[in-house]
Design a binder for this molecule. Sequence first.
Ligand code: IMP
Ligand code: MG
Length: 180
Amino acid sequence: MYEDLEKVLITQEQIRARINELADEISRDYEGKEVMLVGVLKGAVFFMTHLAHALKIPARLDFLGIASFSPGKALPGVVRISKDLDQDIQGMDVLVVEDIVDTGLTLRYLLNILSGRQPNSLVVCTFLDKSARRLVDIPVKYRCFDIPDRFVVGFGLDYDQRYRTLPCVGILKSHIYQNP
Ligand code: IMP
Ligand code: MG
């Protein structure tokens, strides 16, 4: 898979170190509380597992699956829930764990749904942030890395369901998504 990368943007070591740092920050902020980690499938699974291991506070886990309404027709932000949470989040301190926030449209939709279920608090924690591409103002409290506007894969992020298992984050060679 490495041969399909233009370059490695973030190494495995940098990822580990930064997740540990972020987990310490979250553990301090939520001291004495229990968090509910809500991971967005499938991209956030790798980040969420590492983060959960590094937290020093108790945490529950749950997952949400989302799917685009019209695959192929790139309608950004038009998504539906394909797998809902198993647990009730009412009164809980919820941390939405995402792989990447790009335009912010997906997250705006999710936050609208989740806030309607009356959690005690609802905060976003993302592995990557392409903040330069934001179209809607989304409160992102925790982020591991802010990245430039390039298409990246690895550590959960995919192109056409591939490359998720790469342990680093890399920029995909553009000919791969320009001539699939
Ligand atoms: P948003 O609604 O524009 O914020 O889109 C977020 C979704 O787009 C993410 O959850 C990813 O699935 C996908 N995405 C955005 N940028 C990338 C990227 O560079 N690599 C892989 N997926 C991406
Ligand atoms: Mg995603």
